[in-house]
Write a protein that binds this ligand. Structure first.
Ligand SMILES: C[S@@+](CC[C@H](N)C(=O)[O-])C[C@H]1O[C@@H](n2cnc3c(N)ncnc32)[C@H](O)[C@@H]1O
Length: 278
């Protein structure tokens, strides 16, 4: 096609994606994301002719999307809690469910003087959202993956905030005590891989997804390592798999008999978050 306008490009992408039985909304998302346009800007530019490079890149991305690449990896960015974060295949694409964990923490904590630790930060999604919303909090971002941590560092620079970044297997390299500890650790049982979306399995990092012991391994390890890192009245927030509420509650109730463990449902009614109040 010659002289491809934004309108024509989107029309082509829409029918190509529909033919491949994928989400047709990706047509708009991929073009908007590539051009860095808002929905309104897209409408303003509807009759503009794309350059050959722009059209070639868009076509290549649409084709890759239909082959199973997540749109966020193609664009190199994802939206989370109103922030635009860099993502690569070294980081999990932050999910909407996790935004609810951030909301829960913000609703519970108005004190401007808190120390916060985000374990398994990936892109920095949770910790950087908290830091952006509560700039006076002292936030530490940690991950076992140096590659993920490098992306979190880039994201903090893009957002113009300052946190402490620590490469650590859970709490092993973490020094200090915290008012709030939050983690969305890998929690998918290895034998659940068969039930998962192929594009997730093929492109997202396995270390961000899977954990041994029916997905409970990191919760158990974390429970054992927490003592010595908790400030008085500290709270721990965890994302969990929707069938893990009972098991995770038991892990923390056993390790900390005086703590209160609360399970919270996400917007779709599934048990997806746990809070431990010490
Ligand atoms: C499910 S992803 C969550 C990423 C990010 N917090 C989010 O919510 O989008 C889990 C993250 O935990 C990290 N991770 C896995 N095992 C870890 C460990 N033992 N200690 C610290 N981080 C770990 C992974 O590298 C990955 O970045």
């Amino acid at each position: 096609m010659d002289n491809v306008t934004v309108f024509k490009a989107q029309k082509w992408a829409f029918s190509f994606i529909a033919e491949h039985q994928k989400e047709t909304s990706a047509a708009e998302l991929l073009l908007q994301g590539q051009m860095n346009w808002s929905t309104t800007e897209m409408l303003v530019h509807y009759q503009d002719v794309l350059s050959q490079e722009q059209w070639a890149l868009f076509k290549a991305n649409v084709i890759k999307y239909c082959q199973g690449w997540p749109a966020q990896y193609l664009l190199g960015k994802a939206n989370f809690f109103g922030l635009e974060l860099k993502v690569t295949e070294d980081t999990l694409i932050p999910r909407q469910e996790t935004e609810e964990l951030v909301e829960w923490i913000l609703a519970d904590h108005k004190n401007p003087e808190l120390t916060v630790l985000d374990i398994g930060t990936g892109t920095g999604a949770i910790g950087l959202s908290l830091k952006t919303e509560r700039p006076t909090w002292q936030v530490t971002l940690s991950d076992i993956s140096p590659k993920a941590l490098a992306i979190a560092k880039e994201n903090q620079a893009r957002l113009n905030v300052t946190t402490t970044l620590v490469e650590s297997d859970l709490l092993t390299n973490i020094v200090g005590t915290f008012d709030v500890i939050v983690s969305n650790p890998p929690y998918i049982a290895t034998d659940e891989a068969d039930l998962m979306d192929e594009s997730v399995l093929k492109h997202e990092p396995k270390t961000a997804l899977f954990a041994p012991d029916n997905g409970l391994y990191l919760y158990k390890q974390l429970a054992k390592q927490l003592t010595g890192h908790l400030r008085p009245h500290a709270t721990l927030y965890l994302e969990i798999g929707f069938k893990q509420a009972k098991a995770v509650t038991e892990i923390f109730a056993q390790e900390f008999p005086h703590a209160t463990v609360q399970v919270k449902q996400d917007i779709t009614g599934h048990d997806r978050m746990v809070k431990v109040s010490f």
